[in-house]
Design a protein around this ligand. Structure first.
Ligand code: F3S
Length: 81
């Protein structure tokens, strides 16, 4: 299982994630990213066909704001840090 969440405190609105994984990440009026499926709670299991995109977005985020885990985040991006 794969779960993802954006740390919106550290996101610098660079935009890479929603180019890499447009079906997973969306952005607000300030350009700050969030996980589209569950309003950035990190509790929605990512469908298998989108997992690779999520891992790529995780690799490509310049501020390290995209968190990925095999456990749900319950709304806390720093839960596993
Ligand atoms: Fe923000 Fe990183 Fe995406 S800086 S817009 S979470 S690539």
């Amino acid at each position: 299982k794969t779960f993802t969440i954006v740390n919106r405190e550290t996101c610098i609105a660079c935009g890479a994630c929603f180019v890499t994984a447009p079906e997973v990440f969306d952005y607000d009026d300030d350009g700050i990213s969030f996980v589209y499926f569950d309003k950035n709670q990190g509790n929605a299991e990512i469908p298998g066909e989108l997992v690779e995109d999520v891992l790529e977005a995780n690799d490509g985020c310049p501020s390290g704001s995209i968190k990925v885990s095999n456990m749900p985040f319950n709304g806390d991006p720093t839960k596993f840090e």
